[in-house]
Design a protein around this ligand. Structure first.
Ligand code: PLP
Length: 409
């Protein structure tokens, strides 16, 4: 029976993620896929998790591991995060931290907490598709977050008021963003903070990839910069989202929020209403594994993924025709490619799949679906040899498509 006629109006903005739909096609063994955005399972710290799960299920611990727990999260994990945040220049206490089921859940909660229908969310153009998916349910209007935007904050506020709401937050991923791989400079981070101040809105700093830097020097988190300005996390408008998905394993669904206590308290109420708590045993395992191997494990990932990133950048230089450009990231998992104007990456994907290579067309990452000539390539999931072979195949497909486009023009 179809119950479509009963679905709430807000469901009209919920559509299947283009990426997830695409991933269903990628089970064939010969395909070289640059489409996913996921860590290489060969590098999950499996043995450390096996030990941690065994310990959690021991006679002494099972009563805690299999029991309900607090909504705020497992205390030793929150304490590990306090110490981790200190290394990032973010002094905070346990009460500034909420454990979530991945940072995706935090995005949903923040949408629920901050967006009234018609309010404006400032987002990157393009931005993380999952953030748009999470926010869409709360029916925001989107405006462009661009540090080089020279509109006055008053103009942005006026446009938001004319749309029937106000600017509630700026959402961004300052390090190796998904999908562009771009890292904001320190000046750009300052500009975002100043603009949020002028608009009196929150800043949602999504740090999903922050630990995965392969080149260059680490830059301070926006929250760290704001604490330096204000002297106290309690005076900060930045809400920092961390995740163990890209560093340890996404399947356990453990992430965290760091923010001023009143924000955390409200998020705790949101979590109580939604799912009570993040799975206790998963939090215990992550706490143990983080304590035992986080630093050494992240070092390994940086070495492996860094080589893959460079293999992809070299292969792009070798195989892409003139007119195709890309952004060189310093970390993360993605290279963002722009095809000549007038080309449609979705059409190129059809040909690429026929040549057994896959990627994600970039239009999906724009709130307005524009920029059809862009595409996202993932380098974390393939060996260097596969990356070289896959980019050679893709280069040939794009060369052919460009020939066809120029013939038609
Ligand atoms: C920028 C960004 N934020 C958040 C997430 C969600 O991660 P998780 O919910 O696994 O922590 C992802 C996952 O791909 C991402 O790319």
């Amino acid at each position: 029976m179809s119950l479509d006629h009963l679905f709430a109006n807000r469901t009209s903005r919920m559509s299947a993620s283009e990426i997830r739909e695409l991933l269903k096609l990628l089970d064939q063994p010969d395909i070289i896929s640059f489409a996913g955005g996921i860590p290489d399972p060969a590098y999950f710290p499996r043995a450390a998790f096996a030990d941690a799960m065994t310990a959690a299920l021991s006679e002494q611990s099972a009563g805690v591991a299999l029991q309900y727990s607090t909504s705020e999260g497992y205390t030793p994990l929150r304490d590990w995060i306090v110490a981790h945040m200190a290394t990032l220049g973010v002094p905070c206490s346990r009460d500034n931290i909420l454990i979530t089921a991945g940072s995706q859940q935090a995005l949903d909660y923040l949408g629920k907490l901050l967006i009234d229908k018609g309010d404006t969310a400032l987002v990157g153009w393009p931005t993380y598709l999952g953030a748009l998916g999470a926010f869409n349910a709360y029916e925001p209007r989107y405006d462009r977050l661009d540090p080089s935007d020279n509109r006055a904050p008053e103009q942005i506020a006026l446009a938001a008021a004319e749309a029937g709401g106000r600017v509630k937050f700026a959402y961004l991923s300052p390090d190796f963003a998904n999908p562009t791989g771009i890292t904001l400079t320190q000046q750009e981070r300052r500009t975002v903070l100043a603009r949020a101040d002028a608009l009196d809105c929150a800043v949602i700093e999504d740090a999903a990839y922050q630990s995965l830097r392969y080149d260059g020097e680490a830059l301070p988190a926006i929250l760290a910069m704001e604490i330096e300005q204000t002297g106290d996390i309690e005076a900060c408008r930045t809400i920092y989202l961390g995740s163990f998905s890209k560093t340890l394993a996404p399947g356990l669904r453990v992430g965290w929020v760091v923010a001023a206590k009143p924000v955390i308290s409200q998020l705790v109420l949101t979590k109580q209403a939604a799912d009570l708590q993040t799975a206790t045993i998963n939090q215990m395992a992550v706490a143990d594994v983080a304590e035992a191997v986080f630093d050494t494990h992240v070092k390994t990932l940086r070495a492996v993924y860094g080589k893959r990133m460079h293999a992809m950048l070299d292969a792009l230089s070798a195989h892409m025709p003139t007119g195709v450009t890309w952004i060189e990231p310093e970390g993360g998992m993605f290279v963002w490619v722009t095809l000549p104007n007038g080309m449609d990456a979705k059409a190129v994907l059809q040909d690429a799949l026929a040549a057994n290579v896959a990627f994600v067309p970039g239009g999906a990452f724009y709130a307005d679906g524009s920029n059809a000539n862009t595409l996202r390539l993932n380098f974390s999931m393939s060996s260097e040899a596969k990356i070289i072979e896959g980019i050679a195949r893709l280069g040939a497909v794009i060369c052919t498509a460009m020939g066809e486009v120029s013939q038609r023009a």
